[in-house]
Unconditional design. Structure first.
Length: 256
């Protein structure tokens, strides 16, 4: 019998470039100066030195925004433009709303949504152009994908404004439906949070101002055969349902 042992570096190289993002967020109470923080590391070698600037602008009624897939340049379609869009530099807008992400992919059957216009990075930039706060951003991302579809796999988003820090787990509804199912939780004051290509939110409270989620998330999971028909809302776990932990996820993502 033969065997071989991989070093930690060799193992991580096997994971490939898609598993190479890390986010760290801190609430106001966890920082010495009382500010929120979002650190976003994306190990895409082709992006070194890359910085997007979307200047603030007023748009005429009926204007459209053409959408191109981030990374490939593939034309996705167009959406109606907002009458006014905010100044965005990198992943922060003029209101100090910031977004970051790490891709977890998740359940393969939900990865495709034919006809969808918005992929994950376009969704982030359009949201930054239109939202002022983290809570507005969460609602905006839901509204935009319900209207124009979601053309990416599962993502964990970090969302911060000057007052709050949130983590949002988000995955498309797959063929035949538009939009995504998601859960967002505010990082409690005095705490920090992180994610690295693995969904983070498991079970969550229903009657909390610090938790937001798709109204039909449990019903959707049951309809897709991902959660038992007799399963309770209280026992429902987003991560276990839509991004079950694997050895690669445990070693390459959770451990990171």
């Amino acid at each position: 019998m033969s065997c071989f042992i991989l070093s930690a570096t060799e193992f991580l190289l096997m994971l490939g470039p898609s598993l190479a993002c890390s986010n760290f967020v801190a609430s106001k109470g966890a920082s010495t100066d009382g500010s929120t923080h979002l650190a976003y590391n994306s190990d895409g070698q082709a992006n070194y030195g890359y910085m997007t600037h979307l200047p603030a602008a007023d748009h005429v009624e009926g204007a459209v925004r053409e959408m191109w897939e981030y990374g490939t340049g593939r034309y996705m379609g167009s959406i109606p433009e907002a009458r006014h869009t905010f100044n965005v530099i990198g992943n922060m807008n003029e209101h100090q709303l910031s977004l970051g992400e790490t891709t977890f992919d998740g359940v393969e059957s939900l990865a495709e949504q034919p006809g969808a216009v918005l992929e994950y990075y376009s969704l982030m930039w359009v949201t930054l152009q239109r939202a002022r706060t983290a809570r507005e951003a969460i609602a905006m991302m839901d509204t935009l994908t319900r209207e124009y579809g979601y053309a990416s796999t599962g993502e964990s988003f970090s969302i911060t404004d000057p007052s709050e820090a949130w983590i949002m787990d988000f995955i498309g509804r797959g063929p035949g439906e538009k939009g995504a199912v998601w859960v967002a939780r505010r990082v409690p004051d005095g705490y920090v949070g992180a994610h690295a290509n693995q969904a983070r939110i498991t079970t969550f409270p229903r009657n909390s101002n610090d938790t937001l989620y798709s109204a039909d998330i449990v019903e959707f999971a049951k309809r897709k055969g991902l959660y038992p028909i007799n399963g309770s809302d209280e026992d429902f776990s987003f991560a276990d349902t839509f991004d079950p932990l694997t050895p690669v996820g445990a070693l390459g993502c959770e451990a990171r």
